[in-house]
Design a protein around this ligand. Structure first.
Ligand SMILES: [Fe+2]
Length: 148
């Protein structure tokens, strides 16, 4: 077993979660309806476009550490801790669903950060930090949309 194995495993978890968030944000981009359609449709697009870049960065970091990232929908669905919500409708329900998804992803990012700390990998730690920073900001924005 490679010395990097715990970090690789934690990266695979975050990759699967991020992939799940990419499909979730795109699903909501397509299916959102209501008075805030334009705002939410555009906001969800910004999110899935960012996730598209993030999954590539995560997968290639796994390769750089000597691991092999999964790349099938079946594997991502099995591994991911983000709950899927097929057929979800409603502006607020979608925003709430994204908050729940980002919280699961952030929890796994914190586990990744801990693994990088224990195994002396400051480069992957930097990736974890930048993703936590971005997702916590997104959660703040999404929560603000729900405030009456
Ligand atoms: Fe679109």
């Amino acid at each position: 077993m490679s010395r990097n194995q715990p970090v690789i495993q934690a990266l695979i978890q975050v990759l699967a979660d991020t992939y799940a968030m990419m499909t979730k944000t795109q699903h909501h981009h397509w299916n959102v309806e209501g008075p805030r359609f334009k705002e939410l449709h555009d906001q969800f697009q910004l999110l899935y476009e960012a996730h598209f870049l993030q999954v590539d960065e995560l997968a290639e970091r796994i390769r750089a550490l000597g691991g092999y990232p999964p790349g099938t929908l079946q594997e991502f669905a099995q591994i991911s801790s983000v709950r899927e919500s097929p057929g979800l409708r409603g502006e607020d329900a979608m925003v709430r669903d994204l908050v729940d998804g980002y919280e699961a992803l952030i929890a796994d990012l914190r586990r990744l950060w801990k693994a990088t700390d224990e195994h002396g990998d400051p480069v992957t730690q930097g990736i974890a930090e930048s993703l936590i920073l971005a997702h916590e900001k997104t959660v703040w924005m999404l929560r603000s949309m729900l405030k009456a």
